[in-house]
Design a protein around this ligand. Structure first.
Ligand SMILES: *[C@@H]1O[C@H](CO)[C@@H](O)[C@H](O)[C@H]1NC(C)=O
Ligand SMILES: *[C@@H]1O[C@H](CO)[C@@H](O)[C@H](O)[C@H]1NC(C)=O
Length: 195
């Protein structure tokens, strides 16, 4: 894709990293963070994190490898696909960062799962990547918002699409609004790909 083209072109020219065109999109496609909004709950104003191929809030550590210390995820939307904002290439010939793409699985088995793949890892049969937008109530996939489920790893809450009462058999999930937070100097990360 575009990122790969950039990487190939810059490797050929062997430009210093600072001169590389940024993969960062602009304006409507600008990088943003997200916070969850649910007043009176533990997920009021919680920054969304990406870890272990899923999205969370309230993790002590998301354990991403970032260009600067950062415990939250940075996103951008392009052509209704939602991406995690990638790291900058670090030095000439080192352009192995691959784009991480968010998907949803609205099938009966997927139950509204939100996850991410890295690079050209294939999509599962029912995984969808096109349909994301920011609007009233924040981030939505084809007009469906987000819910948060407690008691996930390290005391965090896992994020799912709304629509299934016990997604992944998690109990006590609660619908949340999400609010995009503009970020002027987006911090790129490679988010963990452990399971
Ligand atoms: C982050 O790393 C720490 C230390 O290895 C570990 O205890 C914790 O479970 C990890 N968290 C996630 C979300 O992977
Ligand atoms: C869900 O909430 C109920 C009522 O507060 C509680 O009794 C139950 O233990 C909770 N379930 C889980 C899995 O946290």
């Amino acid at each position: 894709m575009q990122l790969k083209t950039l990487a190939v072109a810059s490797a050929a020219l062997c430009m210093p990293a600072a001169a590389l065109p940024q993969a960062a999109p602009v304006n409507a496609e600008a990088a943003f963070g997200l916070i969850t909004i649910k007043s009176g709950s533990q997920v009021q104003n919680s920054g969304v994190q990406a870890s272990l191929r899923s999205l969370f809030v309230n993790l002590p550590q998301q354990n991403a490898t970032c260009d600067a210390e950062h415990n939250f995820a940075t996103f951008y939307i392009k052509d209704s696909k939602l991406y995690l904002y990638p790291r900058k290439p670090t030095s000439c010939g080192n352009h192995d960062e691959e784009l991480q793409t968010i998907f949803v699985d609205r099938s009966g088995m997927g139950m509204g799962k939100i996850g991410y793949i890295t690079g050209d890892e294939g999509l599962g049969r029912y995984w969808e990547t096109e349909g994301w937008a920011l609007g009233d109530g924040g981030l939505k996939f084809k007009d469906t918002g987000i819910q948060a489920c407690p008691n996930s790893i390290d005391g965090g809450w896992s994020l799912w699409l709304q629509g299934v009462q016990k997604p992944g058999w998690n109990e006590n999930c609660t619908a949340v609004n999400t609010k995009p937070v503009a970020t002027e100097n987006a911090i790129g990360c490679r988010y963990s790909t452990e399971m």
